[in-house]
Design a protein around this ligand. Structure first.
Ligand SMILES: Nc1ncnc2c1ncn2[C@@H]1O[C@H](COP(=O)(O)OP(=O)(O)OP(=O)(O)O)[C@@H](O)[C@H]1O
Ligand SMILES: [Mg+2]
Length: 250
């Protein structure tokens, strides 16, 4: 599917080809012609809300980290940014048959040389949190499907899935492909192992995914996870977070 870009005021609206309705939706968002039904997340790094416009509900997500963290902001000079990457890779994945992915609809980006502000509009999915071992079996099945396409989730945990009447839906992923795929795949698996529900249900992720622990990329992913968990790194992280809260831009 081709993605088109239309300029509207100082914004770029990215939307699927032959989809004038989505272009109009993008313009409505820019004109603030919508109402916020519920804010789901209001963080420094992200903002997520259920909105309504023209009688339909959507999810509006604002990506803030690549704007507030200087080294990430500089990278947006060369890169597409999170909103457009999520739209492009997400639509490609759905075409590749990952119908379990929450559909990204449009990206709205304001950039000068680097990105100044960016939003993603997604379909609104009604559902519940995951609860059971069977739910995690489904997470494993969907994850395998994603990995088979040489894509990875990037933040694989059960809160990034919603249980609907039509099965599980996956969200909060840029569906990236790319270098060091095996490493990223194993990193996904090790991230899922740290999930609270997975731990509480004593779910054996490695056994159910059937991974080969003797692969070099698994060992590497394992070591890097370990390293990140080391106390000294956590202390440094907390220090960084405290400074950020005091207004330091690091
Ligand atoms: N399309 C959607 N339909 C329904 N609910 C959604 C949708 N997208 C996000 N949510 C809800 O909003 C929450 C936060 O969204 P998301 O995971 O995209 O943001 P986040 O900032 O990355 O959150 P976190 O850091 O907690 O993973 C999700 O856990 C989910 O409950
Ligand atoms: Mg999330």
């Amino acid at each position: 599917m081709k993605i088109l870009c239309s300029k509207y005021q100082e914004w770029n609206i990215y939307y699927p080809e032959n989809d004038k309705i989505t272009l109009e939706l993008g313009k409505n968002i820019i004109d603030s012609n919508y109402s916020v039904i519920k804010i789901l997340k209001e963080g420094k790094r992200n903002y997520v809300a259920i909105i309504s416009t023209n009688g339909k509900k959507y999810i509006l997500k604002e990506f803030r980290s690549e704007i507030i963290i200087p080294q990430r902001k500089i990278q947006t000079y060369f890169k597409r940014g999170e909103a457009l990457t999520t739209l492009k890779n997400g639509l490609e994945s759905i075409e590749e048959d990952v119908f379990e992915l929450v559909r990204p609809i449009a990206a709205i980006v304001k950039r000068k040389k680097t990105i100044e502000k960016s939003y993603l509009i997604m379909e609104y999915v009604l559902g519940q949190k995951l609860q059971t071992t069977k739910d995690i079996d489904e997470v494993i099945r969907i994850t395998k499907k994603i990995h088979k396409l040489k894509r990875y989730h990037g933040d694989l945990n059960t809160s990034n899935f919603i249980k609907t009447s039509n099965g599980l839906k996956v969200l909060d992923t840029q569906m990236k492909k790319g270098m060091f795929f095996s490493f990223k795949k194993y990193y996904d698996i090790l991230t899922l192992k740290e999930d609270l529900l997975v731990i509480n249900l004593k779910y054996n992720v490695e056994e159910n995914y059937k991974i080969n622990k003797f692969r070099l990329s698994f060992v590497l992913a394992f070591l890097i996870k370990r390293l990140k968990k080391l106390k000294i790194i956590n202390i440094m992280r907390k220090y960084k977070k405290d400074l950020r809260e005091k207004g330091w831009k690091i």
